[in-house]
Design a protein around this ligand. Structure first.
Ligand SMILES: [Ca+2]
Length: 394
C-alpha cells in the first residue's frame, strides 16, 4: 500500500490507469489513512484533451489550512445555505431550529424552528437552500423528516422580526418522500439551472432505489414550486437519477456538472458523476461493477472508498476539486478533477482532528466552511462541539 513515491511522480494520465487497476495506494496528507481506492471510472478512458479548455487543472497535491472557528456550540448541525453577502443559515437536525451565523464574527441569531419536524435516528431538519431569487422573495427551503414522510417546504425569512420569530409558515412544495430511522437523504441545492435538486435515501428498503415511481433512493430535480421540470428524464416525474442508497452530498463543478456522494452499505462509499436518467446501481451493485463492466447499464462511481475511511455526507466544489466531508472517516477528502476524471488519488485532510464531518460548503471567495457532527448521537462531543471551521484550501 505504500506507493507514495511512485504515485507522486506519475503523470496524471498514467496515474489514472494505475488507479483503475489496483485498489489502494492513496496517500493521506494527514492522519495516515491509505485506503482510498483509486480514481478512474470503469468504462471510460483518459480525460479527452480540450474537453474543458477553460478549466485549470488542479495540482495532484493540495493543501488545507484551518484559518478560524466561526461558531461553536451548535446542536446537530446539518444543512447549510449561504445567503447573499456570505452569512450562513444553519439547520439543527434534532432541534429543528434554523440559525444565521454571521460570516464575519460568527454572531449566531435564531430565525426560529421549522414546524412539523420529527427528529429521530438520521431524520430531522436536514438540508437547507436559498434560491438565486432570495434577495427579492426571501424564501428559505428546508428538507425535513415529519412523523409521516420527508418533505421539502419553503418559508419566508423576515430578518426585521424578533429573533426566534423570523420564519413564516411553511409552504410544502414536495411531500411523500419515504422516511425511516436511517437513510433519509436530505441534501437540497439549487443548480446552475435554478432548479431545486434533492438527494434522498431508500430508508433501508433497498428495492425502493430501483422503483422509479418512488422518490426514495433518488436524486430529484424539481422547479422552485416542487413540480417536475420539463425535460426531466421521464415526463411528469421529478426523478432525475435512481439506484441510490443514501445521498447526502450534491455539488456542481465549474462546468456545471453535478456530483453526488453516496453512503455504501459495508463495502464501498461512492462519489458519482450525475447524468440524467441513469441508474447508479443500488442495491444490485455497491461501488464499481465487478469485472469492469456494468450490467444493465449501471453507472460506476468515479471514486470509491471503504466506509471506515469515508461515510460521506456533504460535498463542495472549490479550486478545481471536490471536497467531501466524512462522518465515520472523520476527515475531509480532496478529489482533484480534470473534467470528469480525477487527476490524482484522493487526498485526506484533518483526519481525526475534529471528529465527524457533516457538511462542507464553498464561500464566495474560494474558502470553505466545514461543519462538524459530533453531537449527532454517534460522535464523541468535545468542548465547543459542534463547530463551523473556516478553511483556506488549494
Ligand atoms: Ca452506485
Amino acid at each position: 500500500m505504500q506507493r507514495r513515491s511512485r504515485t507522486a511522480v506519475l503523470a496524471a494520465a498514467s496515474l489514472l490507469l494505475a488507479a483503475g487497476c489496483s485498489a489502494g495506494g492513496a496517500p493521506a496528507a494527514s492522519g495516515g489513512s491509505s485506503a482510498a481506492a483509486g480514481g478512474g471510472p470503469g468504462a471510460a478512458g483518459p480525460a479527452s484533451p480540450g474537453a474543458s479548455a477553460s478549466a485549470a487543472v488542479p495540482p495532484a497535491k493540495g493543501s488545507v489550512r484551518v484559518t478560524g472557528v466561526l461558531a461553536t456550540g451548535l446542536k446537530s448541525p446539518w444543512g447549510v445555505a449561504v445567503l447573499p453577502g456570505g452569512d450562513l443559515l444553519v439547520g439543527e437536525r434534532d432541534t429543528g431550529k434554523i440559525v444565521r451565523v454571521a460570516a464575519r464574527g460568527g454572531k449566531v441569531t435564531e430565525l426560529g424552528s421549522v414546524p412539523g419536524v420529527a427528529p429521530g435516528g438520521e431524520g430531522g431538519l436536514l438540508g437547507l437552500a436559498v434560491p438565486s431569487t432570495f434577495g427579492a422573495d426571501h424564501q428559505v427551503y428546508a428538507y425535513f423528516t415529519t412523523a409521516s414522510d420527508n418533505r421539502i417546504a419553503r418559508m419566508v425569512y423576515d430578518e426585521k422580526r424578533a429573533p426566534g420569530n423570523q420564519l413564516g409558515a411553511p409552504n410544502t412544495i414536495f411531500k411523500g418522500i419515504p422516511e425511516g430511522r436511517i437513510h433519509n437523504g436530505g441534501r437540497i441545492a439549487f443548480g446552475p439551472d435554478k432548479m431545486l435538486y434533492a438527494g434522498t435515501g431508500e430508508t433501508g428498503d433497498k428495492q425502493l432505489a430501483q422503483d422509479k415511481k418512488s422518490p426514495a433512493g433518488k436524486i430529484l430535480r424539481m422547479t422552485p414550486d416542487g413540480e417536475p421540470v420539463h425535460g426531466n428524464p421521464e415526463a411528469d416525474s421529478v426523478v432525475y437519477t435512481y439506484g441510490h442508497r443514501n445521498v447526502e452530498g450534491l455539488a456542481w463543478d465549474r462546468d456545471q456538472r453535478l456530483w453526488a456522494s453516496e453512503f455504501g452499505q459495508d463495502t464501498w462509499d461512492e462519489l458519482n458523476l450525475i447524468e440524467p436518467g441513469r441508474n447508479y446501481g443500488w442495491p444490485e451493485v455497491e461501488g464499481r461493477s465487478k469485472g469492469g463492466s456494468s450490467p444493465a447499464g449501471f453507472v460506476d462511481p468515479v471514486v470509491q472508498w471503504k466506509p471506515a475511511d469515508a461515510s460521506p455526507s456533504g460535498i463542495a466544489y472549490a479550486k478545481g476539486s471536490i471536497w467531501m466531508a466524512a462522518l465515520r472517516g472523520e476527515r475531509l477528502w480532496r478529489i482533484p478533477l480534470h473534467g470528469t476524471k480525477p487527476v490524482a488519488a484522493p487526498q485526506a485532510f484533518l483526519t481525526g482532528e475534529y471528529g465527524r464531518l457533516r457538511t462542507v460548503v464553498a464561500a464566495d471567495d474560494g474558502a470553505l466552511w466545514l461543519v462538524t457532527s459530533n453531537t449527532d448521537g454517534r460522535g464523541k462531543p468535545r468542548k465547543g462541539d459542534d463547530r463551523i471551521l473556516r478553511l483556506t484550501v488549494s
